[in-house]
Design a protein around this ligand. Structure first.
Ligand code: ADP
Ligand code: MG
Ligand code: ZN
Length: 605
């Protein structure tokens, strides 16, 4: 396709030049260049039909062709001066400045020049659009990156042992394909690495390629944004085609969310036809993709929640591997990896630095080591000292307050008690799901820590007491803060939002409030043609009912909060012990702190 375009452009230029030359030649052939005296002769013998006088020349037409020429041109000469010359009998002609060369120079050259500039600009402009020229549409201009050998191994990735263990399976598949299918086992079609930015997802993908020494094809979802319709789809097709030829290999789609964002409801006017086409192409490649062909398909995202559900369906990216922020021990390992590359003083202890950097990702830690090396270089030291690390740390924390939140000691203490409150309450309520892990490592913006509970079974029906217990657990964070510190903080806003939702659903949807009774008072969102909610809510009940609902919701929440406080007041001793252990280790499982095991529903299958 692009060849044709280029050809057209060149062709047009050449045709244009030929035409100009031809016309010039025609004019040259039919126009006589006369001497002024000859012109006078013709004038006197009445052979001239018409003349046009310009500033420098006289052009005209003969009545009858002379020597096969219809037109003539001659120089314009001052009439008095001409007369004088004639009187003296001197033949004169006057130089003709309008030769073919000057014609060429005066207008063919500028035309070529402008055409050239125009072509250049178009090319430059198109190049900025990241598609290598308007005339180059369709050619996947090396945006499919292939690395024969990434040179990265598992040793370069630290602190994400769980993810590494899961990926080990992929590795054994790549290394030993013949034997892998022996027992009918097959590798999942697509594996999605999920985790916050900078935790090493891209690095892990490259490490697998490096470990297996297979080619690594990568493409980034964000490159598809702002492209012409059809280009992205062609590129995806290209990617799979190239990979099939190079199997065994790894295909890695980075930032899948940029490409695989859930399609917005209904309309085709949303302006992201391109993304949709690309996504559809990707989906169809995934469907026609045979895992036995020796291609391992990996993708990474930090926003799995916005992915189009079609991507996550069985047979597509149906295996998710979480790559989370590293814990203290993991951070120390990552620091060791990056410290190998710089000269570090013996007094620097990675474990100490790890203790300071709760919430740092691998990328943050790599940056920290680098900054420390810069500080050391600037002061002229020959090794990076602990002071350099401290200085670098302070600079990073001050500079990126928003991005990487570092809690001070007071905040950490508070968060530890808050999370321990959730966990202990969950452990003491029979209906609550068992606690599997408590941590004060921030997981996302807004959440300062979290308590992980594993549902023991799939639930279809939930009773009112169970819902109430859930509310108790959710409110226990704030309750713990109140009991231990006497004041509450903003740290519970997420919990409160969830509690309010549950309480409200109980009242208006499940008919669980005695006063209001068994009616459904749901609000319906107005929707446009089944698309996204238009933001307005339609309410089918009166103001006074609305007030009753509010009161009922409030009563449910208040009851739950009192219960949470009662439980934690009784367990205050355990709460404080657990919190200080949590502060020290950052993450706790029931094995680390047995009271977390509690009397939750039996774990037996
Ligand atoms: P992501 O793709 O998850 O956003 P990257 O893989 O691009 O993160 O990480 C960026 C850089 O941070 C890496 O090149 C590496 O230097 C460093 N890094 C991140 N995670 C780790 C880790 N677990 N171990 C070692 N280095 C890491
Ligand atoms: Mg990445
Ligand atoms: Zn909480």
């Amino acid at each position: 396709m692009e060849k044709k375009h280029q050809f057209n452009l060149g062709f047009a230029g050449i045709a244009f030049l030929l035409l100009a030359a031809f016309q010039f030649w025609l004019g040259f052939r039919s126009t006589a260049v006369l001497e002024y005296s000859q012109f006078m002769d013709y004038l006197e013998t009445d052979k001239i039909a018409a003349v046009a006088v310009t500033e420098t020349a006289i052009r005209g037409r003969f009545k009858e062709p002379i020597d096969g020429k219809f037109d003539f041109t001659t120089v314009r000469v001052d009439p008095d001066f001409a007369e004088k010359l004639e009187d003296y009998g001197i033949p004169f002609s006057g130089a003709h400045d309008q030769t073919w060369l000057t014609t060429l120079l005066s207008w063919v050259v500028p035309v070529i020049f402008f055409v050239g500039i125009w072509a250049l600009l178009i090319r430059r402009f198109a190049g900025q659009q990241g598609m290598g020229g308007l005339v180059n549409i369709g050619k996947s201009k090396a945006k499919v990156y292939v690395e024969r050998d990434t040179g990265v191994t598992f040793d370069d990735v630290a602190g994400v042992d769980e993810a590494k263990a899961e990926l080990q399976e992929v590795l054994s598949f790549l290394n030993d394909r013949q034997h892998y299918g022996r027992l009918g086992a097959h590798i999942p079609k697509g594996i999605l690495l999920v985790g916050p930015p900078g935790t090493g997802k891209t690095l892990l993908a490259r490490a697998i390629a490096g470990e297996a020494s297979v080619p690594f094809f990568s493409i980034s979802g964000s490159e598809f944004v702002e492209m012409f319709v059809g280009v992205g789809a062609a590129r995806v097709r290209d990617l799979f085609e190239q990979a099939r030829k190079a199997a065994p290999c790894i295909i890695f789609i980075d930032e899948l969310d940029a490409l695989g964002r859930a399609r917005t409801g209904g309309s085709g006017f949303s302006g992201n036809d391109e993304k949709e086409q690309t996504l559809n192409q990707l989906l169809s490649e995934l469907d026609g993709f045979d895992p036995a062909s020796g291609i391992v398909l990996l993708a990474a995202t930090n926003r799995p929640e916005i992915l189009d559900p079609a991507l996550l369906r069985a047979g597509r990216f149906d295996r998710q591997i979480v790559v989370d922020r590293p814990e203290r021990a993991g951070r120390a390992q990552i620091l060791r990896v990056h410290m190998r590359k710089v000269k570090v003083a013996d007094t620097v202890n990675p474990d100490d630095i790890a203790g300071l950097t709760t919430g740092f990702t691998g990328a943050d830690l790599a940056n920290l080591v680098n900054e420390a090396a810069i500080v050391a270089t600037r002061r002229g030291g020959d090794k990076v000292s602990m002071d350099d690390f401290t200085a670098a740390f302070e600079r990073i924390v001050a500079g990126t307050e928003r991005k990487t939140r570092i809690m001070n000691d007071d905040e950490r203490t508070r968060v530890a008690h808050h999370e321990m409150g959730h966990a202990l309450t969950a452990a003491s309520l029979r209906s609550a799901d068992p606690v599997t892990k408590v941590t004060i490592i921030p997981r996302s913006v807004g959440a300062l820590g979290y308590t992980m509970q594993r549902p023991t079974e799939d639930r279809f029906l939930i009773t009112l007491p169970e819902l109430k217990d859930r509310m108790v657990v959710l409110l226990a964070g704030r309750a713990a803060e109140e009991i231990v510190f006497g004041q509450i903080s903003t740290g519970a806003s997420d919990d409160l939002a969830k509690v309010t939702d549950i309480a409200r659903e109980c009242v208006i949807r499940y008919g669980m409030d005695d006063e209001i009774g068994n009616v459904v008072l749901e609000e319906k969102a107005l929707r446009f043609l089944g698309g996204t909610p238009a933001g307005q809510m339609q309410r089918d009940y009166s103001e006074s009912t609305a007030r009753e609902v509010d009161l009922a919701v409030r009563a449910l929440v208040a009851e739950a909060y009192e219960r949470a406080k009662a439980i934690l007041t009784e367990k205050r001793q355990t709460l404080e012990e657990g919190a200080s252990l949590l502060l020290q280790k950052e993450s706790l499982t029931p094995d680390d702190f047995p009271p977390l095991r509690g009397k939750a529903r039996a774990n037996t299958p």
